[in-house]
Ligand binder design. Structure first.
Ligand code: GDP
Ligand code: MG
Length: 350
């Protein structure tokens, strides 16, 4: 058992040939202002549509996978364990015709045993307020009581609800699928029913068309380049959480949270000794909180192997997502009973 609390992923940022060069001359600064004033405004389509789209459904039906694949970018973490998603995440899809702002929710579920579950349910239900469209995601293979629960919550909404039958790649028995389709058809709840495979990206174009059809004609709210309203800091903590959950099997349920202690961007700079230019790098220190000493041992792994791998995997994902070098330091601490303690939850940002 390791005697220390922290294990470091000591990977240094690798050097590359294309070191940035200093470039901010006076001309550049003046040029920027000039370009900003004279840049032509991009003409919007007359019937450009903008709106909020809530993605709801019981845990594990593939809501996060669906949002990531519709956006073509990974924003929301996914895993085989239910309740991987704890927060509302906004993903923004902008094309020539529309801007769809997705709200990914934690799965609504019936077992409100502990404080954290209750908070998650509140977040999921409040996501249904003030949206223009709801995507109700179901698994093509099973309809269970938690599906029924979410379905009930959709009954009195004043917005269109589209049923998305996900995981169609797993269907072997057509008859089973037909039963589900019939059941969804027989309710007056859904304006459309769209079968997809989020994982394989099948029929997502059709889904995008259906979404566009239901959004109100309005100007975009966000810049076309913006894909999320979440900070890099938040995304970093979610990436770490995903890696811990994936690496630790069933021993670590969701008694786990990640706190970002430091998030420091260092701009490109000249090394005072060698005079060489160094790329921008982001220093991230994070603490993984678990509930029990036994869980801490699992997360750290034998000789620190597991936490080292978690650090490497998380850092690589962050570098891809943020498009810059990352130096990541991870710590593992036991914070007893935090998921039952309302005050502890608030201090961790729930
Ligand atoms: P969420 O809890 O509803 O957000 O579900 P996730 O997006 O985290 O997905 C739960 C699990 O289902 C993950 O293991 C996904 O890889 C898997 N999954 C999601 N979409 C599909 C799909 O279209 N086909 C298959 N076969 N698996 C999927
Ligand atoms: Mg999710």
């Amino acid at each position: 058992m390791p005697s220390h609390n922290d294990v470091r992923d000591t990977q240094m940022p690798t050097k590359t040939a294309d070191q940035p060069q200093p470039s901010s001359t006076n001309e550049d600064v003046i040029g920027q202002f000039f370009n900003a004033e004279t840049a032509p405004s991009t003409a919007l389509a007359q019937d450009f549509r903008t709106g909020y789209v809530a993605i709801v459904g019981r845990p594990n039906v593939g809501k996060s996978t669906l949002m990531n694949h519709v956006l073509g970018q990974k924003l929301s973490i996914t895993s085989r364990k239910p309740q991987t998603t704890r927060h509302r995440i906004m993903g923004i899809l902008t094309d020539e015709q529309m801007q769809a702002i997705f709200v990914d929710t934690p799965g609504i579920h019936s077992k409100e045993v502990r404080a954290i579950n209750e908070r998650m349910n509140k977040a999921a239900t409040s996501a249904l307020v003030d949206v223009d469209l709801v995507l109700f995601v179901v698994d093509s293979l099973k309809w269970v009581s938690d599906d029924e629960l979410v379905f009930q919550k959709l009954q009195n909404l004043n917005v269109p609800v589209v049923a998305v039958i996900n995981k169609c790649d797993t269907i072997k028995d057509q008859a089973q699928m037909f039963t589900l389709l019939q059941k969804l058809h027989d309710t007056a709840t859904f304006t459309d029913i769209v079968p997809v495979s989020a994982l394989r990206g099948q029929n997502l174009d059709e889904l995008t068309r259906v979404i566009q059809k239901h959004l109100p004609i309005a100007e975009p709210i966000y810049d076309a380049e913006q894909v999320t309203d979440r900070s890099e800091r938040f995304l970093a903590s979610e990436i770490i959480r995903e890696k811990v959950m994936r690496a630790s099997g069933d021993e670590i349920p969701y008694d786990l949270t990640v706190q970002i202690d430091t998030f420091k961007d260092e701009p490109p700079h000249q090394d005072p000794k060698t005079g060489k230019w160094r790329k921008a790098v982001t220093f991230i220190d994070a603490t993984i909180f678990v509930e029990r000493q036994g869980q801490k041992v699992i997360v750290i792994g034998e000789k620190g192997e597991k936490i080292k791998q978690i650090g490497i995997d998380a850092r690589q994902d962050m570098e891809k997502m943020f498009d810059k070098k990352v130096m990541l330091t991870l710590w593992v601490k036991v914070k007893k009973g935090w998921s039952d303690d309302e005050r502890a939850l608030t201090s961790l940002g729930y």
